[in-house]
Design a protein around this ligand. Structure first.
Ligand code: ZN
Length: 134
């Protein structure tokens, strides 16, 4: 079902602050930034090999990323697995009894279709399924 790690979502207080590490020191480059209003988040994608780092900065103190940082501090917030057909993947997981945060895919950054599985079902890791054109 899963093809590869599409990206790793990392919650940071400030993309401008974090980019010093990721760009100047680690040598990655922000390829694009985007505000995803629905998620109250600004994202920056840094390609790394066949995958990407996704930096997540909250645009609202009540947003999910702000709540994550308040509870756990900055750090890895989710891991996104690429699938070919997200509707089929969600249907298969649901049929197997896996609890889903998103029963239907929603629009993510970069025109992707995304959906989250419930972390109680995934041994504590927030897993995002992601379908997109390469
Ligand atoms: Zn993501």
């Amino acid at each position: 079902m899963v093809k590869k790690i599409d990206h790793i979502g990392i919650a940071v207080r400030s993309i401008d602050e974090a980019r010093k590490l990721y760009e100047s020191l680690l040598g990655l480059k922000i390829a694009e930034t985007e505000v995803v209003e629905e998620q109250k988040v600004k994202v920056a994608f840094l390609p790394i090999g066949d995958s990407e780092v996704e930096l997540l900065e909250s645009t609202d103190p009540e947003g999910p990323v702000a709540k994550f940082i308040a509870a756990k501090g900055e750090g890895i917030q989710h891991i996104a697995f690429r699938v070919d057909n997200i509707e089929e993947s969600l249907a298969a997981l649901k049929a197997a009894g896996v609890r889903l945060i998103d029963e239907k895919p929603r629009k993510g950054a970069g025109g992707a279709k995304i959906a989250f599985l419930h972390p109680k079902e995934t041994h504590g890791t927030l897993i995002e399924l992601c379908e997109r054109e390469d």
